[in-house]
Design a protein around this ligand. Structure first.
Ligand code: SF4
Length: 283
């Protein structure tokens, strides 16, 4: 008898849950609500909110809008977005996650105190990273991976931060490399700004993935933390597949399988994991 288990620890983090709740509350008031960028890296949840009336816009679209309400999602925004809102008389519904907000403030404070080499370990062009770089008037240096740490100037002070969803292990490797190469006259400080809502899921998800013959990781392909978590599943259980929804389940995967684990990223809605479970049971 095939057993299917949904991981209790998977699903939206509190930052995303709060942003969606704020959007729903505003939409219930019946007024037009715009959201700057996808509210969550999950196409199906975006579609559900679109059906409720949420209109997703780009930064270019926002420039054309006046006297409206725009929701800022959990990833946060650079100061330029707030300035644009002020100029266009746009009311901001700020759903920036408090963890991201704190990180933005820390970087801004550091930049305002001493305009030193601020380095962010994060994905170039990611909304959260753009929000962080914006705190330094665009001067922060972004490194995407361990290899890129070699491009830093080790003769100058380095203040290292991390995008909230990056891997802790890689962050620690970067710290070690800088410690080994920094000039004696330069200062190096690192700040562990990785969100535990994601980091704590790593040990949990790897335990979960080892318990099952097959793992279905449900997640939008654009999600950063989804990639990190899915790679962990793959590492401990090569029979892991990333799917965006039940329609991507391949019945070939179910051959000689007794237990299936369904899990997902912080941006994966629970209802979607349940739909995948129901689809599996039908198969
Ligand atoms: S992953 Fe962490 S920092 Fe990012 S939105 Fe969720 S709770 Fe906030």
């Amino acid at each position: 008898m095939l057993q299917v288990e949904i991981d209790e620890g998977s699903g939206f983090c509190f930052g995303v849950t709060t942003a969606i709740k704020k959007a729903e509350e505003e939409l219930k008031k019946g007024k037009t609500l715009y959201c700057l960028g996808d509210i969550v890296h999950n196409g199906m949840e975006c579609e559900r909110l679109k059906q409720m009336g949420l209109i997703t816009i780009t930064h270019e679209d926002m420039k054309q809008l006046h006297d409206v309400k725009v929701l800022l999602r959990a990833h946060g925004e650079p100061p330029a977005t707030y300035e644009l809102a002020r100029q266009n008389n746009i009311e901001i519904i700020d759903a920036t996650c408090p963890v991201v907000l704190k990180l933005q403030n820390r970087i801004k404070q550091q930049y305002d105190t001493a305009k030193s080499q601020i380095v962010i370990f994060g994905k170039k062009g990611h909304a959260e990273v753009l929000g962080l770089v914006g705190q330094t008037e665009g001067s922060a240096f972004v490194i995407e991976n361990f290899e890129e740490v070699k491009q830093l100037d080790f003769t100058h002070d380095i203040y290292l931060y991390s995008q909230t969803t990056k891997s802790l292990d890689e962050f620690h490797r970067i710290i070690e490399y800088i410690q080994e190469h920094i000039s004696p006259e330069a200062t190096f400080k690192s700040f562990d700004t990785i969100c535990r809502s994601v980091a704590n899921r790593m040990p949990n998800i790897s335990q979960f993935a080892t318990r099952h013959d097959l793992i279905l990781f449900v997640c939008g392909r654009k999600s950063s933390n989804g990639k990190v978590l899915f790679n962990e599943c793959l590492r401990v259980n090569p029979n892991s597949h990333l799917i965006e929804g039940p329609e991507e389940i391949n019945s070939e995967w179910l051959k000689d399988i007794e237990t299936i684990g369904i899990c997902g990223a912080t941006s994966t809605p629970k209802w979607l994991m349940e739909q995948c479970r129901d689809a599996l049971l039908k198969l």
